[in-house]
Design a protein around this ligand. Structure first.
Ligand code: ZN
Ligand code: ZN
Ligand code: FE
Length: 764
């Protein structure tokens, strides 16, 4: 008895080898019918005996292609047509247009085997890919997704490649970027003078690295700078040329075994390193890790990744050891990704270029993740992840563009129940990053066919993302502008990511965010849902002497917190005072005058103050640097905790003054900085948990969301989650997005969607 079934598959199933897979599965089950792409995903009709239809449906669910993301399968019976074959139907441009573009994916096992096989026509070919792997987001220039709308459009396929492309049974059927040595892009190694070097570019690059050279390497989303990771002189030369860059450098290890000689890994970490997204994984460094001191000075963690393109596989194998692979830029600039720009900007930094003629259309930094409580959680969500959609807890009533924050900016487009969070765009005060931000709005809106009706932004009037949102709204009166308070956006992102609509308590600790009262917040306890929030607690504010200057100079925050803790009775002999003697009194005057000293409740600035007090840093070159140094320093075995009284009132207040007095007492008693750092973490965690208990009493809310850049601090997070869970709270943490400002755009989109829904209730 022959039956016919129609299956509609929704999700990311285009450009990932789904139709050849369906063709193979249907043919293997002896079924006839067709598969074609449609606007939601794929449309399949299969005809045959009942048990064969069931076997086919099981194959769809249990064994889809690696890059496919099936969100739903609907199945209905339709009348049999008596077909005799199974075919792949052409799809309409409109159908392709609306399907999500998949992120770039690491080289698959089958492609890796080919490039390592001397008998294969793609042996040692650096651009090998197939429907299960290769570049996607970084090479797509428009829609619909086909070769003409990628940076591969100028490479005409040879006959062999064209045959693979057209064969439904081939792994490369409709693989848009497919190519081979006969028809595809080529690697070249250029010397400092820009002239092409003779010989095999990979072998020559490996030799250069072995000799201590710095080589710029064009990857998937931009240029990296590579250097031997054991060569102390070469590593410090790289730091010097990157204008005394102080961030840790990431490492590329040839394989998992080599990675395990650098860092301690658990199963989640191993899966994360070897998965298709291939982020940089931050993991605890091994005592005996064979790396120069200059790679990650003072860090207990190393950032490690495995090769994700054939180029990286070939190079890493040729070198046979890990290498430093860090972003191709000078200090805070965005990484270079266009050849002309790279030649100009990286010329003073590198001794040679390993490059190629496949253009990068979208700059995309490496993603960075860390495993916490068995989950790989991003600190930066970019290459390999973006622009895969994240779910919204409910369908947005109107298409939304959310413009994000200022630092670590991402933007977010929301339509229906999907949110497309962009790749990492960087710090918008940087011109290149702001340009990328504006381009990304148009590019993503085209790719995902979103015409925003609502624009969401931060409340900070000076954020360039806010100004841009306002300009867009001004230019188009049909657009609704929605301002979302910074920490509400953090809270909403964390809630929505967990599928929770609140109300919940939200602990939002970060550097700075604009408050509804016009002051700078950053140590906030909220009761929030997705529509609105109420500020119910905070860190007691202190002035920020010199405003923005206090971010770059943590000793100024030490002065402010000491003033709040001691007033005129400041104990003598403090090192931080001695080191900054010449300006200490001027800062004191600033504090008392209140001019250029806006109050802030920032927890990030409290960490800065303590970092300066213990002598770690008086000045920083990037936001959060002092706090990271404190976390790295803290003795994890220390159980002591500084007092931090929680003062009752309309607004609960965590009192930093008692904590600062305890720090000063410990300093006077000669306590080691590692102990002081640990007691700060423990004290803050204890006081925060106490505040949460008090708020639960008052408000009857037993769910706590933790968000904000301070929660990149694993030690604090651990201490706090442990206490909250012991206290019976349900704790929500970020898992898909970073807790820092990279997650703001999604939170803004969520709030804008929730407010639109509240205004126009559908009644269901
Ligand atoms: Zn492949
Ligand atoms: Zn070819
Ligand atoms: Fe923030």
């Amino acid at each position: 008895m022959v039956e016919r079934t129609r299956l509609r598959i929704s999700g990311t199933v285009q450009g990932v080898g789904f139709r050849p897979f369906v063709h193979r599965a249907a043919t293997a089950c002896g079924l006839t019918g067709f598969v074609r792409n449609d606007e939601r995903g794929a449309w399949i009709e299969v005809e045959g005996p009942r048990d064969a239809l069931d076997a086919f449906a099981r194959a769809l669910e249990e064994d889809p292609p690696a890059l496919a993301r099936i969100e739903g399968i609907s199945r209905v019976a339709v009348p049999p047509l008596g077909e005799t074959s199974f075919r792949i139907e052409r799809s309409t441009a409109d159908g392709e247009r609306r399907a999500p573009i998949s992120p770039d994916a690491a080289t698959c096992e089958a492609c890796l085997a080919e490039i390592l096989d001397p008998a294969d026509r793609r042996h040692r070919y650096a651009f090998t890919n197939c429907t299960a792997c290769g570049p996607r987001f970084t090479i797509v220039t428009g829609v619909p997704y086909d070769r003409a709308a990628t940076t591969m459009r100028d490479f005409a396929m040879c006959d062999d490649c064209a045959r693979e492309y057209a064969d439904p049974t081939d792994r490369r059927f409709h693989a848009q970027p497919l190519c081979c040595p006969a028809c595809g892009p080529r690697l070249v190694l250029r010397g400092r003078d820009g002239k092409q070097e003779p010989g095999d570019p990979i072998a020559r690059t490996a030799a250069l690295l072995a000799s201590g050279a710095i080589v710029a390497i064009k990857g998937l989303g931009g240029f990296h700078l590579a250097v031997s990771c054991t060569d102390e002189a070469a590593v410090s030369a790289l730091r010097a040329r990157k204008r005394r860059e102080e961030r840790p450098f990431a490492l590329l290890a040839p394989d998992l075994g080599a990675a395990e000689r650098l860092v301690h890994l658990d199963d989640v970490g191993r899966r994360c390193l070897t998965g298709t997204q291939r982020p940089i994984l931050l993991a605890p460094r091994r005592e005996d890790a064979p790396v120069a001191d200059g790679v990650a000075p003072g860090m207990r963690w190393l950032g490690v990744m495995l090769p994700y393109t054939p180029l990286h596989h070939l190079l890493a194998r040729e070198v046979g050891a890990p290498i430093v692979l860090t972003s191709g830029n000078v200090s805070d600039e965005p990484i270079a990704y266009r050849d002309d720009d790279a030649r100009e900007r990286l010329a003073p930094l590198c001794d040679a270029w390993l490059t190629h003629d496949r253009p990068i259309h979208v700059r995309c930094d490496d993603s960075v993740v860390r495993v916490h409580r068995g989950v790989a959680r991003p600190l930066r969500r970019s290459r390999g992840h973006a622009p895969a959609p994240l779910p919204l807890p409910f369908a947005a009533p109107a298409p939304i563009l959310a413009c994000g924050g200022e630092l670590k900016n991402t933007l977010c487009l929301a339509k229906g129940a999907r949110a497309y969070v962009s790749h990492h765009l960087g710090d918008l005060e940087n011109w290149g990053a702001f340009e990328a931000f504006r381009e990304a709005i148009d590019h993503l809106a085209r790719l995902f066919d979103v015409t925003p009706a609502v624009i969401a932004c931060d409340l900070h009037p000076e954020y360039l993302s806010t100004k841009h949102a306002q300009a867009l709204a001004l230019a188009n009166p049909d657009l609704t502008l929605v301002g979302v308070q910074h920490h509400h956006a953090h809270a909403a992102a964390c809630l929505a990511e967990s599928g929770c609509e609140g109300p919940a308590l939200a602990v939002c600790y970060d550097g700075l965010g604009y408050g509804t009262d016009g002051t700078l917040w950053g140590g906030e306890l909220l009761v929030a849902d997705l529509v609105d929030f109420e500020r119910v607690g905070r860190l007691a504010p202190v002035p920020m002497p010199g405003a923005a200057a206090a971010i770059r100079e943590p000793w100024r925050m030490a002065a402010a917190h000491l003033d709040a803790a001691f007033g005129a009775a400041l104990p003598a002999g403090l090192e931080v005072v001695r080191r900054n003697r010449d300006r200490w009194d001027a800062i004191g005057a600033l504090l008392r005058s209140g001019i250029q000293a806006p109050p802030t409740s920032s927890v990030g600035r409290l960490f800065d103050a303590v970092a300066a007090l213990v002598g770690l840093r008086d000045r920083v070159s990037f936001e959060g640097q002092a706090a990271i140094a404190l976390e790295q320093l803290a003795d994890p075995t220390e159980a002591g905790a500084y007092p931090m009284p929680v003062r009752d009132g309309a607004l609960l207040e965590l009192d930093g003054a008692a904590l600062i007095r305890a720090v000063v007492a410990d300093l006077g008693a000669g306590a080691p900085p590692a102990r002081i750092a640990a007691r700060l973490h423990n004290g803050l965690a204890r006081a925060t948990a106490e505040a949460c208990r008090a708020l639960r009493e008052r408000r009857g809310v037993g769910v706590v969301a933790l968000s904000g850049g301070v929660f990149q601090n694993q030690l604090l997070l651990d201490r706090l989650v442990t206490q909250l869970e012991a206290d019976g709270f349900r704790v929500l943490l970020h898992a898909a997005l970073p807790p820092n400002d990279g997650g703001l755009s999604y939170g803004q989109a969520v709030v804008a969607a929730a407010r639109a829904r509240a205004r126009f209730p559908t009644g269901d």
